[in-house]
Design a protein around this ligand. Structure first.
Ligand code: UT7
Length: 343
């Protein structure tokens, strides 16, 4: 039977570092490095410069992953793009990436299909489930899966927005999911959602029940109230549900695979809050050296956290062929997921 494995990883983060102190001194947020580090583990994040879009961040990450897989854009059978901060309302970010990667500046234009995935912080794992199914079914041999975000454009960088604004950063990660006859690759993926909590972490910049969907003034300009413009979150409810759902989906994944947490060689958690992940790791009895993180350097890059971390671990030699890897995520929706991969 055809298996789906990760043949290449890539990442790109914008060069501008924004430390916790920068949030205070550069943007005027009433916050402290101590408050943010104690509660989240975040020390700095990256912000893309104005003019940079999410598909721009995705492009070098995608090229990096393709190069490491030894593939060209024309080898791709599908692009899957996970993001909550697409370049525009529509079309999705996938076609913008496809244009830059497969159509512009090439003698081999390739009209590969491009699918956008929402699902916020769990977007990469939902995308991995789709890519794996496409490959295993025989419909595709190589699927490019990208998670990328430009949060800095949509953060309320004022004291009013500090609870959310201090958490997020920009970045992109990518993997190529390829077909193989070898006995390796994605062993299983486990996804869940609980729409009862859809409003607990949400950015409702428009309301489609209204006519028109954004209130208009007499001159035809749209006017958006701050609570609609910026993401709103009940952090404590997110924290509690994240711990419960992540523990639950890890147990489901291990049980389905007939393994225990001790059989996993590397744990790659979504990077939303180091304290959430440490608590889950402690409950599972995971040894420190199997539990990787980079939230201190990038903050929460939502759909990009897991592929960035995979790419960094591969480059650092922490992620090697033959290892059993667990990926786990939780986010807005609520949505959650896990995947077990034999690397
Ligand atoms: O992928 C999912 C993404 N989201 C998450 O994972 C978030 C999960 N939740 C959390 O990580 C935590 O709830 C936070 C780190 C967001 C907040 O921590 P908390 O201990 O739940 O704080 P809080 O929201 O209850 O706020 C406590 C105080 C408040 O002040 P008062 O009302 O006690 O005077 C906040 O206004 O801390 C204040 N506060 C801040 N102070 C300094 C909130 N944000 C900040 C800030 N700097 N950035």
């Amino acid at each position: 039977m055809v298996q789906a494995y990760i043949s290449g990883t890539g990442f790109h983060v914008p060069p501008t570092r924004v430390t916790n102190d920068d949030l205070r001194t550069r943007y005027g947020l009433e916050t402290t490095d101590e408050w943010i580090v104690q509660r989240t583990g975040i020390r700095e994040r990256r912000f893309a410069e104005p003019g940079v879009t999410t598909s721009d961040l995705a492009l070098p990450a995608a090229r990096d992953a393709l190069a490491r897989a030894g593939l060209k854009p024309s080898d791709l059978d599908m692009i899957i793009f996970a993001t909550l901060s697409p370049d525009h309302c529509f079309p999705g970010a996938g076609v913008y990436l496809q244009r830059k990667l497969c159509l512009e500046g090439t003698d081999e234009p390739h009209f590969v299909p491009a699918l956008d995935v929402r699902n916020q912080c769990t977007g990469f794992l939902y995308g991995l489930g789709c890519a794996t199914s496409m490959v295993r079914s025989g419909a595709c041999r190589h699927v490019l899966l990208v998670g990328a975000e430009t949060h800095s454009a949509a953060l309320d960088l004022s004291s009013r927005g500090r609870q959310v604004a201090s958490l997020f950063g920009d970045g992109a990660g990518a993997v190529v999911v390829s077909a193989t006859e070898e006995d390796r690759g994605v062993r299983g993926w486990y996804l869940g959602a609980d729409g009862r909590h859809a409003d607990v972490l949400a950015q409702k910049i428009w309301d489609i029940s209204k006519r028109p969907f954004i209130p208009q003034d007499a001159d035809g300009w749209g006017r958006v109230a701050p609570e609609m413009m910026w993401a709103q979150m009940d952090g404590k409810v997110v924290f509690k549900n994240a711990v419960e759902r992540m523990l639950g989906v890890v147990m489901q994944a291990c049980w389905s695979q007939g393994i225990g947490p001790a059989d996993i060689d590397l744990w790659v958690f979504h990077q939303a809050n180091l304290r959430i992940n440490q608590y889950v790791a402690q409950q599972l009895g995971l040894p420190e050296e199997k539990f990787v993180h980079n939230i201190e350097r990038y903050g929460n890059t939502t759909a990009a956290t897991i592929p960035i971390l995979l790419a960094e671990c591969e480059r650092d030699g922490k992620l090697k062929r033959g290892m059993k890897v667990a990926m786990v995520a939780f986010g807005s929706g609520f949505t959650w997921g896990a995947a077990i991969v034999d690397w």
